[in-house]
Design a protein around this ligand. Structure first.
Ligand code: G3I
Length: 355
């Protein structure tokens, strides 16, 4: 009996000890993003992100994630007209130079975004009083100063961004008002003169949701190409949504490839709350739907001719730094990483799409 009591007490002590250990000792630590896998290792084409310079400089986790996952970077805002050229005779290279140095130190491609756009125009341009020759000179000087500054360091440029309306007509931007429809062609010529080795892209949105717009974009680009204007690629922004149809996504990517130009999915994000529902919760079901859509984009892109695969770039890095929640004042989760820098099902969807 005495032995039985000792035995039971012993078993109880061991059991309590185990329980105690289970709760006190942390489980074996798994890194959030294991280092043996990364988008840049697993995807058969360049994969990039639009990056925020402030976060790159002040947030080590963000910086490390960019370093580990991507082999191409685009400046989210640092190379726009308003940032780089705030006064007629003032250029501010600080932020963009930082990104280019980061890319050089870490063996990343830099895609320049963007030389001529109807947004991010500084006041001195909006208020510029000059005749068409003076405007032409303003536009040419901006393009050539920027492209020359980064000659040999920035592989490619979005030379003109968003020059068309959704109905396929020319957007009546300040550039078109002052310089006429053919300003687009001349932007490419000026950029090419400044760096003949840079790859030059026209960048726009809407390819996946509007057949009218994608036809107009593709027609414009083919006509530039046929005139021997130095244009090398088409950038499809792809700010899309989880319920966009696969048929539309495929039509966008495949008709872009049919132009014969390089194809860049240049600003990919997949919104999960396009109807602006304030209390929406990002459920596992939504996460899987998003993963399937990322997978489809990657798989479709991988199936265009390899020589035209310039790459896929996501617009921002994680759900925590996406432009969408701020812009639309709603919760959303558009990217392959969550706000804690962990890989989402969307990330694994991208890997699946590349298989
Ligand atoms: O830096 C100023 C800050 O000093 C000021 O206090 C604050 C107050 O509003 O504004 C800050 O500037 C903002 C800037 O982002 C940096 O955060 C601008 O207001 C804001 O307009 C700007 O938005 C950017 C937008 O382009 C316009 O340039 C977004 O971050 C950027 O993600 C977005 O990117 C565009 C692509 O270039 C083209 N395709 C669509 C895409 C999404 O809109």
């Amino acid at each position: 009996m005495k032995y039985l009591i000792v035995l039971v007490a012993g078993i109880l002590l061991v059991a309590v000890g185990c329980k105690k250990n289970d709760t006190i000792a942390p489980p074996p630590t798994q890194p959030v993003n294991p280092a043996d896998t990364s988008l840049q290792k697993m995807l058969p084409f360049k994969v990039g992100a639009a990056v925020n310079v402030n976060l790159m400089q002040n947030n080590t986790r963000y910086n490390n994630l960019v370093k580990a996952e991507f082999n191409s970077i685009t400046a989210e805002n640092a190379m726009k007209f308003g940032t780089l050229h705030p006064g007629q005779f003032t250029y501010n290279w600080t932020q963009a130079d930082y990104l280019v140095s980061f890319a050089q130190a870490n063996n990343k491609r830099v895609h320049g975004h963007t030389l001529i756009w109807h947004q991010s125009i500084p006041d001195w341009v909006t208020n510029f009083a000059g005749d068409s020759t003076a405007w032409e000179n303003l536009m040419k000087t901006h393009i050539q100063t920027v492209v020359t500054h980064y000659k040999g360091k920035v592989t490619s440029w979005d030379v003109v961004n968003e020059a068309l309306n959704d109905d396929g007509t020319m957007r009546n931007s300040i550039w078109r008002q002052k310089l006429g429809d053919d300003y687009i062609a001349r932007c490419f010529q000026y950029a090419h003169q400044a760096d003949p080795t840079a790859l030059l892209f026209y960048n726009d949105y809407g390819h996946e949701y509007s057949a009218t717009k994608r036809t107009a974009i593709n027609n414009l680009l083919v006509s530039l190409k046929n005139r021997n204007i130095p244009i090398h690629g088409t950038g499809m922004q792809f700010h899309t949504r989880y319920n966009q149809t696969d048929a539309n996504i495929a039509a966008a990517i495949n008709t872009a490839a049919a132009t014969g130009l390089l194809v860049h999915v240049s600003e990919l994000d997949i919104a999960m709350n396009p109807d602006n529902v304030q209390g929406l919760v990002f459920t596992a079901t939504l996460a899987e739907q998003q993963a399937a859509k990322y997978k489809f984009v990657v798989r479709t892109f991988k199936n265009i001719p390899q020589a035209q695969q310039f790459g896929i770039t996501t617009w921002n890095v994680t759900d925590g730094d996406s432009w969408i929640p701020t812009q639309y004042n709603r919760p959303d989760w558009p990217l392959p990483f969550d706000r804690n820098y962990a890989r989402k099902p969307a990330y694994y969807g991208m890997l699946e799409g590349a298989k």
